[in-house]
Design a protein around this ligand. Sequence first.
Ligand code: GDP
Ligand code: MG
Length: 436
Amino acid sequence: DTLTDSFTSAIKKIRFHDDDKALTKALGELKKNLLKADVNHKVVKELIADVQVLTKEKGIGKDQFLEALRETLYKLLEVGGNKGFTFAPNPPTTILMTGLQGSGKTTTTGKLATYLKNKQKKVLIVAADLQRLAAVEQLRQITTQIEVELYEDEATKNPVEVVKAAMEYANSKIFDVVLIDTAGRLAIDDELMDELENVKKAASPDEIFYVADSLTGQDAIRTATSFKEKIGIDGVILSKYDGDSKGGVALGLSSQVQVPLRFIGSGEKMEDLEVFLPERIVNRLMGFGDIEGLAEKTANVIDEKKAKLLTKKIQKGKFNFNDFLEQMESMKKMGSMSSMMSMIPGMGNMSKAIKDFDFENSGELKGIKAMVSSMTPKEREDPDLLNNSRKKRIAAGCGLSDVEINRMIKQFKNAGKMAKKFSGKNGMKQLQSMMG
Ligand code: GDP
Ligand code: MG
């Protein structure tokens, strides 16, 4: 119907030509958001540069920006690739749990045991933190609650002896996994590292997990790096992610420490452990619930500029066929009709009504395109030039009838008038009254 046609014509006025300034602005927004989310500044710098290059490669526009951002973030988070738990070829798979005091080692050990138990695995937990008096008792409570066997020996203060005996015990029985909870310190010191080194020798673990407290922000990256250098780590578990409103540390962790994130601790309960998934971090990072949200917000800077240009043109009544054709091409690249609709001031609510319009397959639009293609450059610039003899020539050129040509030109002109009307102050009201 003609009303729909009018709007589709109006929407075509949105231009998606290259706009470096708009992209720079959008990138500025993105940078601000990432720094606010506590992402390391070096990581931000690289990320912004990558998004810029990638967006330009794809062609500057909202969708392209979104795609570039998504790809870049995933690349950053996909370090190492292996996520979750890896079983050794020969059981038991032995894991050494390391980290600073209070980072969440003991809790995470219980969570990991719960996760594995739910996978029908037989787990043994070894109490090798003999620094703190309450540590063994804490593990006792946890293992009782989750019904997992605990290996402990309170008679000795030597974690190496405990681990040696525990490994013998584990080998004499059939366990799928052995999790060794170790002592931490408030800060990294040689004594801690020496103890860990000896425990590591006694256990010869398949993997060493580093539990990083996400609340410690950039410190988590520094300490993880130290642990990696001194005893070697195979995976990071980011604890207390539920309490970290920013969450940006996750992005820096995997890319800067160059060790894959394996799990995320998301609460105090034993069930609150999730296999690390990049999209979750990406979503969290953006703080908008989803990545599209951020991209919308940042990329709107691009679109707002374009929408302003469009409104100006519409209000001056300067529709011409040249723009028309150009925009039809870019329309195809753009996905959603409705998002473009909502860019036109005062027409946001109309977007739903035309959401289902199929640009790719509209016979009407194909006709218009054929018609415009048969016009001379001057005719495209100035629709008023189109007298009868010109129309006849165009009709012959594009294989349409005179009637069709007349109808399309009329629609095109009506669209211009309509768009002008509705882009004004009371546009929405007029529109609603028209639609009943
Ligand atoms: P450890 O000293 O490294 O063994 O740390 P703990 O396992 O004793 O944990 C220290 C505190 O952090 C405890 O109060 C835990 O309940 C809490 N905690 C550990 N992981 C998480 C988590 O993912 N979310 C929340 N909210 N608290 C956690
Ligand atoms: Mg502990």
